[in-house]
Structures are given as structure tokens and as C-alpha cells.
Write a protein that binds this ligand. Structure first.
Ligand code: ZN
Ligand code: ZN
Ligand code: ZN
Ligand code: ZN
Length: 603
């Protein structure tokens, strides 16, 4: 073996050198160490060993993929050392020189690559340089740079995949997903820019295809086309193509209420956020080149920003709109809504502003419907709408807010007066009460509750001719008129009560009694008195039932002739004078169903 190594010029040694692994040299060196001492003293031995050591070093450098562990200078040093040894290794020297040459060639390529602008650098070439460098280049800053640039790109791509979440499959799914997003933004932008007369309306707006075997339905409002299965709405109502209304128009037209909490629409939430894409794009600034993904992402962000400025224009228009006519804003809201749904990204900031504009427009449409409805709005409806309007900051100068506020003021002012009058215990003259009722009926606001209070207030009872108040009352068993216990100076409720006015009419004596009273007079069996009472009175009465029935029992025992008649002669005269009132009161049960104005006529 040693002989073979030394005879460097002969052919076999050449071929041996090519395949001699470094480990073999190590073994030979180990074997040489245990040779007898006299062997080592000869001069040839010394030269041989120098050669072996040199060879070991050279082979270490030349070992497969070992270049990267050594610097170029190590190879050059080994070549310099070769001048000092006496054993020839021409093949090894060739290979060393070749390695240095290849390294320099690679270095030249790398320098050429980085001399190009970032736009012109190719990702494929960078990857090739990395592979070539791993195989052939010595350790150097350029190799480090190539490694780090490749790593940066790969890291960015992984980050990109985290955000874009490409569907799994064969091929480069990240690029195809990005291209898909870009396509949706092109369509979204087209929606913003679509002119009324464009002929794009021959594609399904939802899926953007015109598959021939499926019929396209045209929305009767916006004239856009849809496949029935693409528009999830109105399938059951879609029997008549002429009446078909797409989900967008349906949403805007019906002024659907905003969802509480997380905004009005959930559209686009599943898509990547524009903010994150913008951040991702600026992250790519550290990359030394433009890979395809970065290029597409750049286009996506540019298109998304263009869409955003279109949306902002529509939204600003809508937010600044304060007039009565809502058609222009509604049309713009519809366009924006469609464009947003087409877009494959989520532009949080833009969409939140749009949601506000949409909520305001929805509020206005609902207010418009209420104001234009055949029925008058109630004060409660107005107050509720105003509260909702306040929550979405409808400006005070807005037409609909002003209308509602005016109605509210009119309604509340009248209702306030009505409430006061209804509790004035009869202070206001009856004709003034009727005037107030007429005013209330002619208001543009429906104040049902207050009108009822006033109508009740316009009914007068008793000799004091006062409206119903909370004082205890009793009904005359003959004429059914109500009387205050204190006005009639009755301390306890009698079983039968005949008012002084009825007692004054001789022809109507006992025979003219109301049927119930008559039965009570003549009947032997005692029954709980059936005096018609107001609801509040009924309650009061049932509580006092025991004591009252005791009083009544007394009245029965005394017989019909002892019916309570506690009035003086003076009162008699008074009652004669009050007769016309009593006549009116007598038919109260009929009047109640009629307008209180009849009262006035009778009086
Ligand atoms: Zn479709
Ligand atoms: Zn439509
Ligand atoms: Zn009274
Ligand atoms: Zn009476």
C-alpha cells in the first residue's frame, strides 16, 4: 500500500487515490504508529509520513460535502504545503485545484445574482445557488447570505400560508389561493365601478359563472342575475321569475334590523383580514427578491385598497345624506353590500363604517315606512325609533330625525296636558275637555292611552257632576247613575239604593225599579247584591263583603218601606232642578258605547 501511494506517477495509484477515503488514511497512520522504532528512523519513512499527513488533510477538505466546513484559504494552504512534501499526489492536487475553481465560479454567480435588482432576482436561481453552494462552495459569507435569504423567503411563505390558509391539494396551493382571492377582488371592484348599461349582468353574481344548464334569474329590483341555488333566499317565493328579488335587495328593501353586538353583517368574516395582508406585504420588504406569492399579494393589497376607497366614497355619501329621498343612498348601499360579499378579504375598518351607514339607512327606511303608513304612529313607536336612532348617531339635522322629534314633541305636549286634565277632578269645563279630545284625535300622533283617559274624564257622575275619581260610589238601583257616598252623605252601603231624583218621581215608584232591585225587594231568598261596580270598587267591596252584607241584611229586615232616603227638603228642590242631568245619566249604559260628544248635545 505504501509503495503504491509513493509511486504517484503510476496509473494504479491515481485510480486508488480517487476512491481512497479519509478513514483509510487514518487507519494507515494508526498502523504506522505501532511499527518498530528502527523502521521509523529511516529518512524515507519521514517523507512518507509527511505525505500521509498532507494527504489526510487534503482528503478531509475534499470529502463529500465537506467543502462548506472549510474555508477557501484552508484549501489554498494545503496546496502551498504540497510544495514541501516529497510524495507526489497529482490527482489530489487536481481535485483541490478543481474545488477552488468551482468555488470561485459559484462565487461569481452569487455576486452576479445579488448585483441584480430585487425585481429581477429569481427564486429558482437562488435555490439553485443554495444547492450548488452546499455541494461545492467553501465556507464563506456569500454562502451564509444565500442560506439566510432562502430561509427568510421560506419563513415568509409559511407565515403567508398561516394567514391565507390555502386549501390542501396538489401543486402550489398558496399561489392558486392567492390568485383566487385576487379574482374575487377584481369582481368586487367591477361591482363598484359597474355602469348601469354594462352587459356584465349575464353572469351569476354569486358564483360568477354562466353554467348553461342552470337557469339565471334576474332580480326585479337590481336587474342582476343569479342561479337559484346560489341565492339562498326566496326559493319558495320564486315561482314567478318576474317577481324574483335577490337576497341583497330583499335585505335592503325590508330594512332588516342590525344584529346586536358583533355588527350588522357577518359577511367576509371567514376571509383573511386586509390589515394582516398589508402587514404581511410589508414583512416581505426584508426579502431579497419578489417571489410569485409576494407579487400576487401586492396586487391583492392594491386592489383591496382601491375597493376600500370606492367603499369609503359610497359610505361617506350615505353618512352625509340627510334628505328625505333615500333612493340614491339605498342604491349605493346595495352596490356596496354586493361588492363586499364578492370580495375574498375582510376589510374590518371599511366594513364597520359600511355597517354604520347601512344601519342608518335601514333606520331611515323604517322611519319612512312608519311616517308614510296609513295608521298614525304611536308615541311609543316614535320614542323607540328615536332611541334606536340615537344609538347609531343619526345627526340632529337629518330629515327623519327632525320629523320624528317634531311628532314626539307634539304628541308628548298634548299627552302631558291630557294627563293633567284627566286628573284635575273636574276642574276644566266639559266643553274644554271635548276640545282637547278633538285636538288629540286630530294629532298626527296616536295617543290612545291619553285619549281614553280624557274620554273617561268627560263622563260626569253624581250630583256633584264630577268625573270618576277614586272616591267610593254607589249606583242607583232605579236609574243606574253613580253617586259618591260622601256627596249623598251615606255612611254605610245599603242593600238597595234609590237616588233622591228617582224617589221624587211618584209614577215610577216601586214598579219602575230596575229588575234586579225589584227582585231584591220581593224575593225571600237573600243574594249577594249585584250592584254594577267599577273594577276598583269590586275589589274594595269583596274585601268588605262581610261587614257590608251585615248592613244589607239590616236593610232587608227593615222591609221595602225603609229604604234609605237621607235627604232634606232643600235637597229635594235641588234634585228637581237637576232633573235634566238625571235624564241624561239614566241612559248612561247606551251612551258609553257612543262618542262623549252626544253628551253635549243632550245637555
Ligand atoms: Zn351561481
Ligand atoms: Zn336585487
Ligand atoms: Zn258627588
Ligand atoms: Zn236613581
Amino acid at each position: 500500500m505504501l509503495v503504491l501511494l509513493c509511486s504517484g506517477s503510476s496509473r494504479p495509484s491515481h485510480s486508488l487515490m480517487l476512491f481512497l477515503p479519509c478513514e483509510e488514511v487514518e487507519k494507515m497512520l494508526e498502523a504506522a504508529a505501532i511499527l518498530p522504532v528502527n523502521f521509523k528512523s529511516c529518512a524515507l519513512w519521514g517523507k512518507l509520513m509527511d505525505g500521509m499527513y498532507w494527504l489526510r488533510k487534503a482528503l478531509q477538505i475534499l470529502g463529500p460535502r465537506n467543502c462548506g466546513q472549510f474555508e477557501l484559504t484552508s484549501a489554498e494552504e494545503v496546496l502551498v504545503l504540497y510544495q514541501k512534501i516529497c510524495v507526489p499526489f497529482p490527482m489530489i492536487v487536481d481535485r483541490l485545484q478543481n474545488s477552488i475553481h468551482k468555488h470561485n465560479l459559484w462565487l461569481e454567480q452569487v455576486r452576479l445574482f445579488f448585483r441584480l435588482g430585487p425585481e429581477d432576482r429569481s427564486w429558482i436561481i437562488l435555490l439553485q445557488l443554495k444547492d450548488l453552494g452546499t455541494a461545492e462552495a467553501f465556507s464563506c459569507v456569500e454562502l451564509e447570505k444565500v442560506y439566510s435569504e432562502v430561509e427568510k423567503v421560506q419563513q415568509w411563505k409559511r407565515h403567508c400560508e398561516d394567514i391565507i390558509k390555502p386549501s390542501t391539494g396538489n401543486g402550489n396551493m398558496l399561489i392558486s389561493t392567492l390568485l383566487e382571492i385576487k379574482k374575487t377582488l377584481d369582481r368586487s371592484f367591477g361591482m363598484y365601478k359597474k355602469s348601469k348599461n354594462s352587459k356584465e349582468g349575464t353572469l351569476c353574481l354569486s358564483c360568477c359563472s354562466d353554467i348553461n344548464d342552470q337557469e339565471l334569474w334576474t332580480c326585479s329590483i337590481c336587474k342582476d342575475c343569479f342561479h337559484l341555488q346560489c341565492t339562498k333566499l326566496l326559493l319558495e317565493d320564486a315561482n314567478d321569475m318576474a317577481l324574483f328579488i335577490c337576497s341583497y335587495c330583499n335585505f335592503v328593501k325590508n330594512a332588516k334590523l342590525p344584529l346586536k353586538g358583533s355588527g350588522l353583517l357577518r359577511i367576509g368574516r371567514k376571509h383573511p383580514e386586509l390589515d394582516r395582508l398589508t402587514a404581511l406585504l410589508s414583512d416581505a420588504d426584508v426579502l431579497c427578491l419578489w417571489i410569485e406569492e409576494r407579487r400576487i399579494l401586492h396586487q391583492i393589497v392594491e386592489k383591496a385598497l382601491a375597493c376600500n376607497s370606492c367603499l369609503t366614497e359610497l359610505v361617506d355619501f350615505a353618512l352625509a345624506h340627510l334628505d328625505k329621498d333615500l333612493s340614491a343612498v339605498t342604491e349605493k348601499m346595495r352596490i356596496a353590500y354586493k361588492a363586499i360579499e364578492l370580495a375574498g378579504i375582510y376589510d374590518g375598518q371599511g366594513y364597520r363604517k359600511f355597517e354604520l351607514a347601512l344601519a342608518r339607512n335601514t333606520w331611515k327606511i323604517r322611519t319612512q315606512k312608519l311616517l308614510e303608513s296609513a295608521e298614525k304612529p304611536t308615541i311609543q313607536q316614535i320614542l323607540r325609533l328615536l332611541k334606536e336612532g340615537l344609538a347609531i348617531s343619526i345627526p340632529p339635522e337629518d330629515y327623519y330625525r327632525q320629523q320624528l322629534t317634531a311628532l314626539r314633541d307634539i304628541g308628548l305636549q298634548w299627552a302631558d296636558t291630557a294627563k293633567k286634565v284627566s286628573m284635575d277632578g273636574g276642574a276644566l269645563r266639559l266643553d274644554k275637555v271635548f276640545e282637547l279630545i278633538t285636538e288629540g284625535e286630530n294629532l298626527p300622533v296616536d295617543c290612545v292611552k291619553e285619549l281614553k283617559l280624557l274620554r273617561d274624564r268627560s263622563m260626569l257622575y253624581c250630583i256633584c257632576r264630577r268625573p270618576y275619581d277614586q272616591r267610593a260610589v254607589i249606583a242607583c238601583d232605579k236609574c243606574n247613575e253613580w253617586y259618591h257616598l260622601d256627596c249623598m252623605t251615606i255612611s254605610s252601603t245599603p242593600k238597595i239604593y234609590i237616588c233622591p231624583a228617582c224617589i221624587l218621581e211618584p209614577e215610577e215608584d216601586m214598579g219602575g225599579l230596575a229588575p234586579i232591585a225589584q227582585e231584591r225587594f220581593t224575593g225571600s231568598k237573600f243574594e249577594e247584591p249585584q250592584t254594577p261596580l267599577r273594577r276598583t270598587e269590586l275589589q274594595k267591596k269583596s274585601q268588605k263583603r262581610k261587614s257590608v252584607s251585615k248592613t244589607m241584611r239590616l236593610a232587608v229586615d227593615q222591609g221595602p218601606g225603609d229604604v234609605v232616603r237621607n235627604h232634606s227638603g232643600c235637597e229635594r228642590l235641588f234634585w228637581s232642578n237637576r232633573k235634566p242631568f238625571r235624564r241624561a245619566a239614566r241612559k248612561r249604559s247606551e251612551f258609553q258605547s257612543l262618542s262623549p260628544f252626544l253628551y253635549v248635545q243632550n245637555n
